[in-house]
Design a binder for this molecule. Structure first.
Ligand code: SAM
Length: 340
């Protein structure tokens, strides 16, 4: 687990930065026990990723996927920077705009995820007097908002906003999974999915909606379709990208490693599950997706799935009581159609 959040909170914990009764926003917030150091005044927590939100909520915090809209009103803005540089600059630009004159921007990142470049990034936005601290293979840098470079802030916000991609076929946003491309695994899966799909189905981990769009454009007998993802932005993009299809659609922002009781008795599920937790391959996420899919399907329902060829999904599908049919293996992927 990244300890960049501990690094970010350190200057508050040791009294170098004092929240007092100030107004603070924490963007891309994740739970850490030291977060209590931010609790002094009015605290706003923002997070797009449902599992991280759930941890904060369990610890008694309220959290929103929306970046606050009231500019120039915060004393402190803390940002745990994501690795994607367009997304990181987008959050920093919004964070800078949220600060009142004289407010403090506090950013942290793992060294390998931009931490070593943090000072330069902040200087580009016009933060001149910068302070920093390094620990846990991460760096925290903070500075006072005085003469911000408005043109640079505008450019960063523009670059990180939703925009047309792939010849304007989809709308997407930097920071979500494979935001400006078609995933190769999903593309191969789409060639094997039956055009006979009908009834009630779902796309587990829908992203911006490539597979959902493919299915709804090819399978005209679908009555009801759920698009589900842990990334709030992905769910909202998918909503826009498939708005032209007329079947009943539902969009859910939730963690599919936990069974979703709301989504039951499905005829089919399509999925390209994540198999990474940060940089590490983590088969347990795919395993939990498969278990959730099993609970959501009716008996006889079908799970259409793509997986990286080196991962042992056959065993996992069988352990989860699926009858496992492999339709294809090649180009680094396996395609399964498993029956409950
Ligand atoms: C490999 S991508 C597939 C995206 C999309 N279906 C496509 O083909 O482009 C996996 C998706 O799962 C989502 N995801 C990751 N962890 C999740 C979780 N715990 N619950 C639900 N969705 C999750 C990611 O946000 C991502 O959109």
């Amino acid at each position: 687990m990244s300890l960049a959040v501990e690094t970010l909170l350190h200057p508050f914990g040791n009294g170098v930065l004092d929240i007092n009764d100030g107004k603070t926003a924490f963007l891309n917030a994740v739970y850490h026990p030291d977060i209590s150091a931010l609790k002094g005044g009015d605290l706003y927590l923002q997070q797009y990723f449902a599992p991280s939100c759930n941890e904060l909520v369990q610890a008694g915090f309220s959290v929103s996927p929306d970046i606050p809209s009231k500019y120039k009103s915060y004393d402190f803005v803390c940002i745990l920077l994501p690795k994607n540089m367009v997304e990181a600059r987008y959050l920093m630009a919004h964070g800078s705009r949220l600060l009142r004159a004289g407010g403090v921007l506090v950013c942290a990142a793992d060294n390998k995820a931009g931490g070593t470049r943090l000072k330069k990034l902040m200087q580009k936005f016009g933060f001149d007097d910068l302070y920093d601290d390094a620990r846990n293979k991460a760096r925290v840098v903070w500075g006072i908002a005085n003469n911000l470079d408005e043109a640079e802030l505008n450019a960063a916000i523009l670059a990180g906003e939703e925009k047309p991609v792939l010849g304007a076929e989809f709308i997407s946003q930097a920071g979500i999974f494979g935001w400006d491309k078609i995933d190769k695994g999903s593309q191969i899966l789409s060639k094997y999915i039956s055009s006979d799909l009908k009834g009630k189905g779902a796309d587990f981990g829908c992203g911006y909606g490539y597979l959902s769009d493919f299915i709804l454009s090819h399978c005209k007998k679908i009555k009801q379709f759920y698009c589900i993802d842990a990334d709030y932005r992905a769910v909202e993009l998918c909503r826009k990208n498939i708005s032209k299809y007329e079947c009943k659609k539902e969009f859910l922002w939730c963690d599919l490693t936990k069974p979703q009781d709301k989504v039951a008795n499905l005829d089919f599920i399509v999925m390209n599950p994540p198999f990474h937790n940060g940089k590490k391959t983590d088969i347990s996420i795919g395993q939990s997706f498969i278990e959730s899919a099993h609970k959501s399907l009716r008996r006889g329902g079908h799970l259409w799935m793509v997986a990286n060829a080196h991962l042992p999904y056959e065993e996992i599908l069988k352990q989860s009581s699926f009858e496992c049919n492999k339709l294809h293996e090649g180009q680094g992927f396996k395609i399964f159609c498993a029956v409950k």
